[in-house]
Design a binder for this molecule. Structure first.
Ligand SMILES: [Zn+2]
Length: 83
């Protein structure tokens, strides 16, 4: 397979993964649990009774965002919890 087609395919695959995360994020429930200056911490879950809770840390000064699912660390795109 020519290299430029492989690059386009990888870009399309990453876009499709991000699109899925974006669409999944619409139905999530989040609540702010800590605010300390420019640092915010949120809990994110599927519904109020969900036992699967992710914690998202966001710093508005550094624009750093981290989620306990660590999808960004493994996949390189934001997870539904952090979007
Ligand atoms: Zn996450």
């Amino acid at each position: 397979m020519p290299f430029h087609i492989l690059v386009i395919s990888m870009e399309m695959l990453i876009f499709m993964c991000f699109e899925k995360e974006f669409l999944d994020s619409v139905s999530l429930i989040w609540r702010e649990i800590v605010q300390n200056g420019t640092s915010y911490t949120f809990e994110v879950m599927m519904d109020e009774n969900s036992s699967r809770v992710r914690t998202v840390h966001f710093n508005t000064t550094t624009m750093e965002i981290r989620c306990t699912c660590k999808k960004f660390d493994f996949c390189g795109y934001l997870c539904s919890h952090a979007i």
